[in-house]
Design a binder for this molecule. Sequence first.
Ligand code: BGC
Length: 372
Amino acid sequence: MKRIVAVMMALCIGTFAFVGCSKKAKLDIGIAMPETHVERWVKDGATLKAEAEKLGYKAEVAFGDADQARQNTQIAGFVTNGAKFLVVGNVNDGVASAVADAAASKVQVIAYDRIIANSADYDYYITFNNFKVGQLQGQAIEQGLNLKAATAASPKNITLFAGSPTDGNAFFFYDGAMDVLTPYISSGVLKVVGPYPPTSKDTGNFQRIATENWSGPIAKARMENLLGGDARNVTLDAVLAPNDTLGRAIIEALKADAKYAGKLPVVTGQDAEPVSLASIKNGEQYATIFKDTNKLAAAAILLASQVIKGQAVSIPGSVLASDIGLGSIGDTGKKTVKAYLLDPILITKDNWKVPVDAGFYSQQEIDTNSLK
Ligand code: BGC
């Protein structure tokens, strides 16, 4: 009897589908998130899993710790465990080989928030309008410095930071911000302190302002270097920070400099992290961008379920990138996938409560960060 059980268990582990292994139900949806040091992904992972389970799917989440080899192993594990569908927020384009292997096993993949570059092995991408995210960051600076009323005779100083050069989104964020700021730089109203890539296509300078793996400590160290170097003899009025994790790291460096003790520059962000919302409320960080990732997660799982059931894909509340002239958001370098975009919202002190009112945070997160 013992031997029979052992054999059955071996078969269960091997196939998960073996009759009589009902306790080990087959995995339906594998959710691969890139990292945990940027808080949003922890929430994205939990929300995606909950949304999948709401629709009756068995789902599992794994976090890649900003390590693509590790994430590829996790993705391969999902395929082995019988997943029909994968939702992947990748670390970098090294994910393409894992996606190719999944496709070879007839497992569908959706790129979640970040495009899977250099791959022709998937069809769908769901994200926010990332160019608009950047435009809103640029508008925050325009508004915070009142650039419309500023003159070249009394210019404002800005330093530029970009996200990870391994994340396609970082290029859209930067180019969106520059779409708003370039006219002010060209007219001399805004002066760039430190490296200045007019667009992300200026690869050399973009690399200089980029922040590998969206690492807070790297951004903080670069800000400290700037304060002791290029920015030593000027007072900065603004810092373009691509997300909250980096924005807060930059603010930490600024606060350690006596020059900014009385007044911090206008610092942007993204993700509406609770600590940053509190900082905005208290007048430190100037702005963030709220991307309702609860809606993104629900939309991704809806898309998965439509594909699994062979239904036509229709995602309420999203627009197709190609319908608004942003088809390049879905360009992987090997093909153009269907990219569904949700809308980001600019948050400043005037409307910091929007994410709270949208029910985006739990009561505990609200209480812990005094977001009342
Ligand atoms: C996401 C941002 C996030 C960043 C760092 C980007 O791909 O769109 O929301 O802040 O990655 O994790």
